[in-house]
Design a protein around this ligand. Structure first.
Ligand code: C2O
Length: 594
């Protein structure tokens, strides 16, 4: 692999690692910033106290601490009286936006300049709290490649009618597409925090926001064709039969068609779920293997809610604390694969502001949503949703099928059945496509890591600007843990303060104990730990860089690589898209409980 020849190897100076194990008391000033006393509830405290993953450097949320902090806080920093009188003491969920303060989105790119996009919804004097109607039967969302002519007639008719609604009807196709633009491109600030953008990606809001968004889209379509049982299709990209862009979206005469798509990726071309902007020469067999391995990794090895669904994001927090597994990959690569590279901002699917103007967006997101339901059903005691009210009570605004403005909460969408739908069941071939090590086990877990690192040791490496592949040795605070310990806490690799301009397309891969070989490391290899992928979007203030983190579970992977007894691992970062445009502030190993 040519690129790897120029790999630079770094060794992380140990003091940098140590900081994560200092008592957290030194962080207290940060908790004082906004609402210092909202940790009164015992329930909330114990819930957070066990969540190792949320103790990240990125966030300035007042809510982040472990039990030690709480005890110290009670005794030495905060007065007990204050603790009981704060009226907001119980939770700090992200609030639904104030439509009166909605602003135009600013869309920018280095090459195409800047455009202003008006994507604020119509206003309404009244907001109704969402309550799903009582559904007498379940609507089954079908796999798009399996639908028959009768269903297709209904669906196309419904979308045609939606496109024909007056422009200012909040249920019209364009208004509906704009809902996504407004929640993704900085049209809203958080209520009460005018300096913090409201963003529904890059955090634990990703799954619930999109579930609700699709629900209302589907209900509007059903209303338009007077069929309350109508269910939207899903793009079954997790199985080979569904890899091509579903054919029903590819008829230029159909309202499901969108001409702003990558012409090299029309059916029957099969999708590469690991797509990074370049079509790789790869056999169909290898593509399937790669896609299935990737699905296995993203679904099976992410075993806790924060790993799967994304990092906590509460009122007052800066946006984008960290994506969950599916949002990152394959959600982002699928967008990018469909987006039209001839368009200035890779419209439609290739940019968040325009993505929902392509009808296939809703099929893509139906499958994303389906992954949430499947993940919940896989074995494992931590495969459950978050239980904190900070998540459950986060809310959004949508227009429903009757053009009423409704406020819906995350807690309204935890289960799809009360919303009246489920997904048509199909095979899940990725359930048994566990990646394998590139080299067979050697018998003893010997640190390839340590050997490599002796050759080139560079200190003071962070932040790293990812221009070419780099190697970093990262110490492991614990080793040879028991099965029980591993079930209790997942070992995770955390890349902190990943900084990039929001409007650039970026993807880089992360390998562990990878060896230079004839062939590049692939998702089908155990050494492939995961990727980071950004889909271009913007913030209205235009300014601030995305500052986020990537958390990759590695317990299973280290077992596969026979590296559990090692003192350190070697992490290789390989930029695939957006070389030189992303920097990484620190890399360390943590243990997540959730
Ligand atoms: Cu809201 Cu697929 O993006």
């Amino acid at each position: 692999m040519a690129a790897m020849a120029s790999t630079v190897t770094f060794s992380l100076p140990s003091p940098a690692i140590q900081t994560s194990f200092l008592p957290r008391t030194h962080r207290h000033p940060r908790f004082n910033k906004k609402r210092p006393f909202n940790f009164v509830s015992n329930k909330t405290v114990s819930c957070r106290a066990s969540n190792g993953n949320e103790n990240n450097e990125h966030s300035s949320s007042p809510n982040r601490f472990d039990r030690r902090d709480v005890l110290l806080g009670l005794g030495s920093v905060y007065g007990a009286t204050n603790l009981v009188i704060d009226p907001f003491a119980l939770a700090a969920p992200i609030a639904a936006p104030d439509l009166d303060l909605c602003q135009k989105a600013t869309v920018t790119s280095k090459t195409a300049g800047t455009i202003k996009v008006a994507c604020c919804p119509p206003k309404s004097a009244k907001i109704i709290d969402f309550k799903p109607p009582k559904f007498s039967k379940i609507r089954y969302r079908p796999a798009a490649q399996l639908v028959g002519p009768e269903y297709l007639d209904k669906f196309t008719k419904a979308v045609e009618l939606m496109k024909a609604l007056p422009e200012d009807d909040p249920r019209s196709f364009m208004q509906q597409a704009n809902v996504h633009c407004a929640y993704c491109d900085g049209a809203y600030d958080q209520v009460g925090f005018p300096d913090q953008e409201l963003q529904v990606h890059f955090s634990w809001l990703f799954f619930p926001f999109h579930r609700l968004y699709l629900y209302f889209w589907e209900r509007i379509l059903g209303k338009l064709i007077d069929d309350p049982d109508f269910a939207i299709p899903y793009w079954n990209w997790d199985t080979p039969a569904g890899y091509a862009l579903p054919a029903i979206y590819n008829d230029p005469k159909s309202p499901l068609y969108d001409e702003k798509r990558n012409v090299n990726h029309l059916p029957p071309v099969l999708i590469d779920l690991d797509y990074a902007g370049v079509d790789e020469e790869i056999s169909k067999r290898d593509l399937i293997k790669s896609n299935l391995s990737l699905m296995y990794k993203q679904m099976v090895t992410y075993k806790t809610p924060s790993l799967f669904m994304g990092a906590a994001y509460r009122a007052g927090d800066p946006p984008a604390p960290g994506m969950g597994s599916i949002e990152n990959v394959p959600h982002t690569p699928v967008h990018r694969w469909v987006g039209d590279t001839r368009q200035p901002f890779n419209e439609d699917m290739g940019n968040l502001y325009s993505a929902a103007r392509d009808p296939v967006f809703f099929a893509h997101h139906a499958n994303v949503d389906r992954m949430w339901t499947i993940w919940n059903s896989l074995p494992g005691k931590k495969r459950r949703d978050f239980t904190t009210t900070d998540w459950l009570d986060a809310s959004f605004l949508f227009y429903d099928e009757n053009a009423n403005l409704v406020r819906a909460k995350v807690r309204d969408c935890l289960d799809t059945r009360p919303l009246g739908y489920e997904y048509q069941k199909v095979d899940l071939p990725w359930l048994n496509t566990k990646p394998a090590p590139r080299r067979p086990r050697q018998g003893k877990g010997q640190a390839k890591a340590a050997e490599t690192s002796k050759t080139t040791v560079i200190s003071n490496t962070f932040p790293i600007v990812l221009e070419k592949p780099v190697r970093i040795e990262v110490p492991r605070p614990k080793k040879s843990r028991t099965k029980l310990e591993k079930e209790d806490e997942e070992e995770v690799l955390v890349l902190q303060n990943i900084k990039l301009d929001r409007n650039v397309a970026v993807k880089f891969d992360v390998y562990i104990n990878e060896e230079d070989g004839e062939t590049p490391t692939e998702p089908a290899d155990s050494e492939f730990a995961g990727s980071f992928a950004n889909l271009p979007h913007t913030q209205h203030s235009g300014g601030k860089k995305l500052d986020t983190k990537l958390t990759l579970p590695i317990s299973d992977l280290l077992e596969d690589l026979d590296a559990e007894g090692d003192d350190s691992i070697v992490v290789t970062l390989v930029p695939k898209l957006g070389k030189g445009q992303v920097s990484i502030g620190n890399i360390k190993i943590e243990y997540v409980r959730d």
